[in-house]
Write a protein of this length. Structure first.
Length: 153
């Protein structure tokens, strides 16, 4: 597969703004093309560089996106009116009651039944939760509109 002729227009169509983005224009171009299934070798040929350089640009871009997501999650956690610390050793089955109780105290509604909430917390906590065991301290935040955010402090 080769790079589509409209590649330079892709960023404009998706609203890329280099003034407000954490990505450089080149990182955004590479990510945009990779998300469309374009091979690194084809992107390298289009840019006039090596596949290794494209790989490095893509890795940096994905790291920047990850950092941006973490920053947003951090900011949301700071603003969340409900913050429930869950200590190492806690049974995941106890987490919904902890969250519901804190939300009741704060007047915040959670839109998840207990099984959904356990799955959300377990998935979002990554390796901090294994099976039913919380293996590292986590913080479960609930925003005023009921969105649940999980952080591993």
């Amino acid at each position: 597969m080769t790079v589509p002729e409209d590649a330079p227009d892709l960023l404009d169509r998706v609203g890329f703004d280099p003034e407000t983005s954490v990505l450089t224009r080149r990182q955004a171009e590479v990510l945009c093309l990779r998300e469309r299934g374009i091979a690194q070798a084809d992107i390298a040929a289009w840019l006039g560089t090596s596949r290794a350089n494209v790989s490095s640009i893509e890795a940096s871009a994905r790291e920047n996106v990850s950092k941006a997501r973490e920053t947003v999650a951090f900011a949301e956690a700071l603003r969340a009116p409900v913050q429930v610390p869950v200590e190492t050793g806690t049974d995941l089955y106890d987490v919904p009651e902890m969250v519901y109780s804190a939300c009741d105290d704060a007047g915040v509604k959670v839109g998840y039944a207990a099984p959904e909430l356990m799955k959300l917390v377990g998935d979002a906590a990554g390796d901090a939760v294994r099976g039913r065991e919380v293996r590292r301290d986590i913080l479960v935040g609930v925003t005023s509109d009921g969105r649940v955010r999980v952080r591993t402090p």
